[in-house]
Design a protein around this ligand. Structure first.
Ligand code: DNO
Length: 377
């Protein structure tokens, strides 16, 4: 595996490449052209300039997160072929520049959803958090204004103000789209892009829906083991793979993360590894759950917050997650994911420097221990 950090580009990130370079073991960044719109072609010149900028800091681009998929593609509307054409052109340009991993998502309207961006924890750090109660009490068009005050002046991916000002129109676009239709549209998209992925050996890595259930009545499909295997089978090409995001699949404590990882051998192209702490959870029918680690979770409407990466701080067994990745021979990029805001840092929520650097070091430590315990028996 290759330890990396997400970086939004010098115009958008509060963290610099020079800082990233000093995190032990981090040689690659996961980045994007943050100011491009879905449906737009990424020019070779801009990709090259980004690559050069990263290389000048002594780092390399380990992959792109994200090349976003347009609503026309997700809804299968009239413009989809035009947008797919542009997507293919972008993939070709990335391929020509030697970039071989692209993360994307197929979530309608909202990307990841949290109801709080700065919940204060007992140690004074702040984290992103989700309560079902808050989602149930709010209209989708109020979501952005309810959280934007805590964005620290940054533009968060999927929550761009221009997009959020059109939430009602966006909902209208998806009114006839159910899970089946979304699967169909995803299949159509993947079938069209696989030839260029084969030609340039580009691994497509779909990001799961976060949280792993429908919010505001919108369909969400990349949520559990059954649905991902359906997706892997429906376009059975190794370039059609996943971003294994522990924090997103893990929003459902019944998703057995190590088991899911093992079932995806050869199809995980990118991993986001982070931990969550559950304050309450229940199934849609109101029944209680025991998490995949064997812990009983307090019954109640879902309420979880993002913990630091350490197993002891949340409900996940991070050793088991890293061990499963090791066991399947995973050799792609890994990144620590959302970190807490600590030590007075002001940054994009989840994407400060300090706690992600701690996370990277911890995950590197787990990996070293796993590796040595396997090879020095
Ligand atoms: C959240 C991220 C997601 C992810 C996209 C991929 O912090 O993990 O926004 O980048 O869903 O397209």
């Amino acid at each position: 595996m290759e330890m990396t950090l997400r970086w939004y580009g010098s115009k958008f990130d509060t963290v610099t490449l020079e800082q990233i370079r000093q995190i032990p073991g981090v040689k690659g960044v996961i980045t994007t052209l943050y100011d491009t719109k879905p449906g737009e072609v990424w020019s070779r010149e801009r990709i090259r300039a980004l690559k050069d900028e990263v290389a000048a800091a002594g780092l390399r681009i380990a992959g792109i997160e994200s090349v976003n998929v347009s609503d026309a593609i997700k809804t299968g509307s009239a413009d989809r072929d035009k947008d797919i054409g542009a997507y293919i052109e972008t993939l070709k340009n990335l391929g020509e520049e030697g970039i071989r991993m692209v993360c994307y998502n197929f979530m309608p309207v909202f990307d990841w959803t949290r109801t709080e961006l700065a919940r204060v924890r007992e140690d004074g750090s702040t984290v992103l958090a989700y309560t079902q109660e808050a989602v149930d009490a709010i209209k989708p068009e109020e979501m952005f204004s309810s959280i934007s005050g805590d964005m620290n002046g940054t533009v968060m991916p999927g929550w761009e103000p221009e997009r959020m000002s059109k939430v009602k129109e966006l909902f209208a676009l998806y009114k006839d789209i159910d899970e089946e239709k979304l699967f169909e549209n995803l299949k159509y998209f993947l079938e069209k892009i696989m030839p260029v992925c084969d030609e340039y050996d580009i691994n497509m890595a779909i990001h799961p829906d976060d949280p792993a259930w429908s919010v505001f009545g919108l369909p969400r499909i990349i949520t559990n083991q059954a649905n991902i295997s359906r997706m892997m089978k429906m376009v059975d090409n190794p370039h059609n793979g996943v971003t294994f995001c522990s924090g997103s699949y893990g929003t459902n404590p019944e998703n057995n993360l190590p088991e899911m990882i093992r079932s995806l051998k050869g199809r995980i192209h990118f991993a986001h590894v982070r931990n969550l702490r559950f304050n309450a959870f229940e199934r849609p029918d109101g029944s209680a759950v025991t998490s995949w680690t064997g812990e009983k979770i307090r019954k109640g409407k879902p309420d979880f917050e993002e913990a630091c990466h350490l197993s002891a701080d949340g409900n996940f067994d991070m050793y088991e997650i890293m061990k499963a990745l090791y066991d399947i021979g995973f050799d792609g990029p890994v990144r620590p994911d959302h970190g807490r805001m600590i030590w007075g840092e002001k940054a994009m929520p989840g994407y400060g420097l300090y706690d992600r650097a701690l996370g990277a070091s911890y995950l590197n430590g787990l990996w070293e221990a796993i590796e040595k315990s396997q090879t020095r028996k």
